[in-house]
Ligand binder design. Sequence first.
Ligand SMILES: CSC[C@H]1O[C@H](OP(=O)(O)O)[C@H](O)[C@@H]1O
Length: 352
Amino acid sequence: MEKFEYLSIRYDGKGLLEILDQRKLPDVEEWLVSAKPEDMIGYIKQLSVRGAPLIGVAACVALFLYVNNEESARAQCLTEEEVTVVATKLRDARPTAVNLMNNLDEMLQLTVKPTADFSAANLGRIARAIIDREVDMCARISVAGAELLSDGDNVLTHCNTGAIATPGMGTALGIIREAWRQGKKIHVYVDETRPLLQGGRLTTYELAREKIPHTLICDNMAATLMAQGKIQRVLVGADRIACNGDFANKIGTYSVAVLAHYHGVPFHGVAPWSTVDLLCPSGKDIPIEERQASEVQGVSGAFGNVRWAPANTPTFNPAFDVTPVELVTSHILDTGIYTQQQLKDSILTKHK
Ligand SMILES: CSC[C@H]1O[C@H](OP(=O)(O)O)[C@H](O)[C@@H]1O
């Protein structure tokens, strides 16, 4: 596989795969080496690698690298079973973002059996094609979504959906990036996004680098901004879109959707088609990851581990929540902008 470099993942083409440790941003830019699948599994679990599209891509490259190294050592191809065992371990690293499962299933060539080719060369080709498709989908999402933004719009975002979270320009944040590039004078209100502060740490980091005007808020401040008429549109990412249009995204998204609905603010889920789960009937079927208590009892990151709750305080820490499609003005995908019925019709077409 040829070398590549994106904002948070890079490969030198000779066996060195590195990821930018997103836990350490914005103050520390530290690249970590992923020499074997277990490294990447750990990085995904601890959110050094995060963001649905990036997780899917990182897992595919880690699988390719494993097969390439093993094949070189043995001077022969690995079997389907051997590749499947490692792909399954990578697939299980986090349960909600369906890009991880969809992309690894593509690496396993489930649709072309028994002519599947598990050579490193072919897996490298598939991984590269997945990366190129994600980059292209982010660009198409960004152009399509930017049409919805007007001069003077204040846009609210939740979590981080930018170039850090994808191999491209981002999804929801990609729309903002593209609108700004087109000269639209927009302002971004950034939900800090407790508990892991992807907005406060990562979205601000991306917007500051490109001098896109923004204001950081605590999550509990979005309601007041909407009540004051200061938010014209809400753009959020997605980790899994069910067949009925319900979708899972970072915890707190559902709250923002309810607020937007109450205040009549357009609310959009933004994602590549690879986030649609054709096997998931509705939002109640989406597995939601529960994470460790320490993330809620305090905060951790480049600034060290700070705990403000009493040790062992019981917590509730779902990493995602589900927004019912009734609260979604439209989904913005790389294949177009879909109202609830349009998305259902499109998914039904795919099923045929
Ligand atoms: C384009 S990233 C999509 C999605 O992934 C994030 O979750 P996490 O930070 O836990 O990986 C968040 O839900 C984003 O909206």
